[in-house]
Design a binder for this molecule. Structure first.
Ligand code: SF4
Ligand code: SF4
Length: 314
């Protein structure tokens, strides 16, 4: 008999900047959700694994593009490549060969892989190889499977890595017939956060009652509105400034978004992190109650999302 088809939904938790307590809320949601696949898309500062203690079962290189390399044996030191490189990635300090004493060399960190040097090199002395920019992992955690990643130092292309992490998490959820992917999104409003939310079903914005929190909420909500994604808002550490918390609630409503809840400031959050536990696993009352109420609101919003037909195979 064929099982009932499952439409996997993606919930993304984001914030306008790092340090708002977003990951702590995601870890608690992971503990509260009964069946979930986790995706840590904060690839520049991934820390969900610090709380969930994953056991890695798969590890792969991530290549976000190619880098040029001069094959010094073929280089005649004409200097054309250095002349055309707009990223100052080429210098005249490569090893000599039978024809010239010094050749040109490409700095792999400065190279953007644009290919212009290759196009102009008269000796076909430049080759391209995929650059390894980071690693991505599939792990088992006590709350379910998790896909996470680590971007190399000074590497860019984190938008591509975020997309990869999301895609892999969704694939696992569909294979395991899980109906929710819980995504710890990248902070900010740049390329990584766009990659975190594009095509998602629901976004929860975690903000805090500060002027920058209010400003970030405005920017982030413009972004989710642009992509037409249903958006909820939660104020973390809400009791630190009641006036600003109220102003955030007012602006949330004026922008047509829905308040999902407030979470009080509590030192228990830090204690839980030190013990490598989520807040709801570590504490029973206070801030843990706030997060449970928040999860109830978010779960309710997930269950009310329009049930869409399962995608037909292309
Ligand atoms: S353009 Fe080609 S031959 Fe000329 S310096 Fe660069 S690598 Fe060498
Ligand atoms: S690929 Fe582009 S950025 Fe890299 S060395 Fe060549 S010209 Fe410069």
């Amino acid at each position: 008999m064929k099982g009932k088809s499952i439409v996997t939904k993606e919930l993304v938790v984001i914030s306008g900047k790092g340090g708002t307590g977003k990951t702590s809320i995601v870890a608690s949601f992971a503990a509260l959700a009964e069946k979930v696949v986790l995706a840590d898309c904060d690839v520049d500062a991934a820390d969900l694994h610090l709380v969930l203690g994953p056991r890695t079962i798969k590890r792969e290189d991530f290549s976000g593009g190619s880098r040029a390399r001069i094959m010094s044996g073929h280089c005649t030191a004409c200097g054309k490549c250095e002349e055309v490189c707009r990223f100052d990635a080429i210098s005249y300090d490569g090893p000599g060969n039978g024809k010239v004493e010094t050749t040109y060399r490409i700095d792999p960190i400065a190279c953007e892989g644009c290919g212009v040097c290759d196009y102009f090199c008269p000796e076909n002395a430049i080759e391209f190889a995929p650059a390894v920019n980071g690693k991505w992992f599939v792990s088992e955690t006590r709350c379910g499977p998790m896909v996470h990643a680590r971007l190399g130092v000074a590497e860019e292309n984190s938008g591509k890595l975020v997309t990869l992490v999301r895609t892999q998490a969704k694939k696992i959820a569909e294979e395991q017939r899980q109906d929710l992917v819980l995504i710890d999104g990248a902070p900010g409003i740049g390329c990584p956060v766009v990659a975190s939310i594009t095509g998602a079903d629901l976004v929860l914005v975690v903000t805090e009652p500060t002027l920058s929190g209010l400003h970030d909420l405005q920017r982030v909500s413009d972004l989710t509105k642009h992509f037409g994604i249903e958006t909820l808002v939660c104020i973390n550490k809400s009791d630190l400034n009641e006036d600003l918390a109220s102003e955030i609630e007012t602006q949330t409503r004026q922008r047509g978004l829905r308040m999902a809840g407030r979470v009080r400031y509590d030192r228990v959050v830090t204690e839980a992190q030190i013990k490598k536990k989520s807040v709801v696993e570590y504490a029973k009352n206070g801030v843990a109650t706030d997060i449970k109420q928040l999860w109830a609101e978010v779960s309710d919003a997930i269950s009310r999302l329009d049930s869409r037909p399962a995608e037909s195979p292309s």
